[in-house]
Write a protein that binds this ligand. Structure first.
Ligand code: GLA
Length: 694
């Protein structure tokens, strides 16, 4: 948590907003350097681009933000050409004035470094700073993310602008923190980057003999006799090469980020956090690698076409929370609609509010809308905003005002609280990449596989963490690993220790098939966990049609993929068996479990249909002794607990289409409406915030 302030101070902040605005209006910039009230614990924010507007307009925008209880603006992340209009000529005065103007409205600033949008003079003079795509085309100016993430000259410029910003604003009391760049994504395939990759491989593998052996390059005469022969492959290549390219990409993004992070840290107050805005399930780099240097995780949460899917979105929140193991920020989210989906429909009336509370329920301490107002020209003219091109509020503004009022009201109850779970789902980029490169069944999507477990498990347990396979697991009663395809020795040791210490490990399909070089394990699945399981996968089958299964979880269908399991140890229990299908699978074990001391290990060789997965989830939760956070609620109502030292806040969101009544296990404080209550009525998209003392 970055907000360590006392609830009392927050209340003071809110009740004194008008007074403090009046006082702030009188402050000179020098005085303002020393005085800032603490920010509200749950922040409502928006992306604001003062460089796109005449300064005479700023006051009107900031007043409208203040009216909606918006207390944070993210500024600057694409404004390089305004900050450094020509090489070595800097102008930060406008930014200082923008930060001060926002502060006068009780609004704090998060500064974005502008490196996702280099100015034209830079890439024109130093074309090597432009990235090259896989087909060899060099990017051009006119869009964004055209820079080369591995280029030393670009690193030099990026460090310089970040350092100058940090020197200027690192002690500004209204600057809460920093966002480095914006949505790292585009990589470069130019010869110099390839040479860096080869050096990186040398450092990792030491000798070519070692690399050749571990990648089995005898296959198709791939053997390398010089490091410079090694190509870049990103889609169809040697699996060892593919995996290492993605690890190199991840390390390069980390050093790209570190380059800026170091100069910010050296020049900024420790209270100013450093983050970057990630993209949920995006797998262009290993987010655990990149997040380790940040103070805080943040992501950009967009629905795109359609409506909020609470499981998919909730799991993405939990994934992001897992990057730092603490509360996170939603740095961008859609005000109604986006401009980049096939059909950019708007979220329904009330859905934006439900989504905002869903964010907070999963551990977001900030929800920030992208964007305040569209630039009058530029690529995103159609994107959702909070004010129109005429500068007056769009219909959604009033819903955002309501969110602002409610965040202010609930802030004191939510300060210092965080989700906390007895259930973890393991997530690994190595495994997702490995499966995606060789899906074997085109519909086998590893994220969908994770969510197929997450949905029913979350509905019953009412809280889930998503963590890396090497994370500490001792707090969990149940750890589920869907599709843990690449299993490093360190992860295997972690999982074995977890079971031996009394935990319940559930492995899903394709787990334990590959080693850390993305090569096949020489034991059948689940590789190093076969002995612990007392069973193994004899054969896998990609399925054109679902096959029947039956057993203790009931009868149902296995979709997309089937694994024929065998039991070796006498104490292994068969949970489900295949019905009649291809002959090979008929009557064979489909899911098995084994008690190991106080712990347990289970292997699920099927992708169960929804009903069967719900039964499997119920079994997992019960056999592991996991208790639901609140207790049973009507279907479609999501329960999001946030725990404090002396109280728990339950956020309830009704995602069903009709009114629902939730009976509470005991009387609780109704945070939004006041008073104490034993039950809550929620219309469709309705939200309840309840607080219970311990
Ligand atoms: C991303 C970017 C923003 C904006 C939005 C539009 O999240 O970070 O600058 O382009 O998409 O949805």
């Amino acid at each position: 948590m970055i907000h360590t302030t006392q609830p009392k101070l927050h209340r003071l902040f809110h009740s004194c907003t008008t007074l403090s605005v009046a006082i702030l209006l009188l402050l000179t910039p020098a005085m303002a350097q020393t005085a800032a009230s603490p920010p509200p614990p749950i922040l409502l924010g928006t992306a604001w681009y003062p460089e796109q507007w005449p300064e005479s307009r700023w006051e009107a925008d900031l007043a409208l933000m203040q009216k909606a209880d918006i207390h944070m603006v993210r500024v600057g992340e694409f404004a390089w050409s305004r900050m450094e209009p020509s090489e070595g000529q800097y102008d930060f005065d406008w930014l200082e004035r923008a930060i001060a103007a926002a502060a006068r409205h009780g609004i704090y600033t998060v500064l974005g470094t502008p490196t996702a949008a280099p100015p034209a003079w830079l890439t024109q003079k130093y074309p090597e700073t432009l990235r090259v795509d896989e087909q060899g085309h060099r990017a051009e100016h006119g869009n964004r993310q055209q820079f080369n993430f591995a280029n030393p000259k670009y690193h030099e410029f990026a460090r310089d602008i970040a350092e100058r910003m940090a020197k200027r604003f690192g002690h500004n009391p209204y600057v809460l923190g920093w966002q480095i760049d914006n949505e790292y994504a585009e990589v470069s395939f130019d010869p110099a980057t390839r040479a860096q990759f080869q050096q990186w491989l040398k450092a990792r593998y030491d000798t070519l003999d070692n690399l050749n052996a571990r990648w089995t390059t005898a296959y198709w005469s791939q053997t390398y006799s010089d490091w410079s022969q090694i190509p870049i492959e990103s889609t169809y290549g040697n699996p060892g090469l593919l995996l290492n390219w993605m690890r190199f990409v991840s390390d390069t993004w980390r050093s790209y980020q570190k380059n800026q992070l170091e100069v910010i840290r050296a020049n900024a107050d420790a209270r100013q956090f450093i983050t970057t805005n990630m993209m949920g399930w995006f797998d262009g780099f290993d987010h655990y690698t990149v997040a380790q240097d940040l103070d805080l995780a943040a992501w950009d949460d967009y629905v795109g076409q359609g409506h909020l899917d609470p499981a998919k979105n909730g799991a993405a929140h939990d994934l992001t929370r897992g990057f730092k193991g603490k509360n996170f920020w939603v740095m961008e989210t859609q005000p109604g609609s986006v401009n980049w989906a096939d059909i950019n429909n708007s979220l329904d009336k009330g859905e934006v509010r439900a989504m905002a509370w869903h964010d907070v329920g999963h551990g977001a301490d900030t929800v920030s809308y992208w964007q305040w107002r569209s630039a009058l020209n530029g690529q995103e003219e159609y994107h959702g905003t909070l004010v129109g091109p005429d500068g007056t509020p769009v219909p959604l503004y009033s819903e955002v005002e309501q969110i602002g009022r409610e965040f202010a009201k609930a802030g004191p109850a939510l300060v210092g609280t965080t989700p906390n779970s007895e259930v973890a789902i393991l997530h690994s980029y190595d495994s997702r990449w490995a499966i995606n490169w060789q899906r074997h069944n085109k519909d086998y999507d590893p994220v969908k596989e994770i969510i197929s477990y997450y949905g029913p498990l979350r509905a019953i347990s009412q809280s889930i963490d998503i963590v890396a396979p090497t994370a500490s697991l001792s707090q969990y009663k149940l750890v589920v690993a869907p599709g843990l395809n690449v299993l490093s020795e360190a992860a295997a040791r972690n999982l074995i220790a977890y079971v031996r210490q009394g935990g319940h490990l559930v492995l899903g399909q394709r787990s334990g098939m590959k080693n850390n070089d993305n090569g096949l394990q020489t034991q059948r699945q689940p590789g190093p966990l076969v002995d612990l399981l007392g069973g193994r996968v004899e054969q896998y089958y990609a399925l054109v049609h679902p096959v029947p299964v039956e057993g203790g979880w009931g009868s149902g269908q296995d979709q997309l993929w089937a694994e024929l399991l065998s039991t070796k140890a006498a104490d292994v229990q068969v949970l489900e068996r295949y019905g009649k299908s291809n002959g090979w699978l008929d009557g064979q074990p489909a899911a098995i479990t084994r008690q190991v001391g106080k712990g347990r290990i289970t292997y699920i060789g099927i992708w169960p249909d929804d009903q069967l997965m719900s039964a499997a989830a119920k079994w997992m939760v019960e056999v592991s002794g996991v208790k639901p956070a609140l207790g049973p609620v009507p279907q479609g109502v999501e329960v999001d607990p946030r725990y404090g030292n002396h109280h728990t806040v339950f956020i309830l969101v009704n995602f069903s289409k009709s009114q629902q009544t939730v009976s509470l296990p005991s009387a609780m404080q109704d945070v939004l409406n006041g008073g104490s209550t034993n039950s809550v009525n929620l219309p469709a998209y309705g939200v309840g915030v309840l607080s219970q003392q311990h």
